[in-house]
Design a protein around this ligand. Structure first.
Ligand code: HEM
Length: 123
């Protein structure tokens, strides 16, 4: 993944907008929506956006707040099989469509999300 180019293209605000569009969908999703903390959507949004800004833009705020991501361990409490993985990716795809992330940036993000989402499978 070419992090530098992605960061130039989306910037911190771009990632924040994509994550906001994603959680707008997650909130009402019948399959994965109920897994999320119903009283802390703003926090969930902040954690995912923070992680992406850390992973792609080297922004250290996530690391300072949450420590090392340990994403697989942090997803263990949730039952994630193929259906949940596919739904997550579907909603993220719709969010990227809404924000009109296209071209190479889109191809790179699609591949990145697909890889991480599959790694989160624990059932
Ligand atoms: C495969 C399907 C997935 C499901 C069902 C899922 C579900 C969840 C849930 C329920 C949470 C807790 C919400 C919170 O309090 O923050 C969470 C947290 C998180 N997820 Fe996922 N997730 C999935 C895939 C991914 C992917 C692909 C990424 C990254 C590319 C990701 C990144 C994160 C991050 C950064 C957090 C917050 C970790 C922390 O700092 O505590 N997740 N996820």
């Amino acid at each position: 993944m070419n992090e530098e180019r992605l960061w130039e293209e989306l910037g911190p605000e771009g990632f924040e907008r994509v994550v906001a569009a994603f959680y707008r969908r997650v909130k009402t999703d019948d399959l994965i929506g109920p897994m999320y903390p119903q009283d802390d959507w703003k926090g969930a949004e902040r954690r995912l956006a923070g992680f992406l800004k850390f992973r792609i833009g080297m922004d250290q705020a996530y690391l300072n707040e949450r420590g090392h991501p340990r994403l697989r361990a942090r997803h263990m409490p949730y039952e994630i099989g193929e259906a949940e993985r596919d739904r997550w990716l579907q909603l993220m795809g719709e969010a990227l469509d809404e924000e009109e992330v296209a071209g190479e940036a889109r191809a790179e993000l699609d591949a990145f999300f697909a890889q991480v989402a599959d790694f989160m499978r624990n059932r």
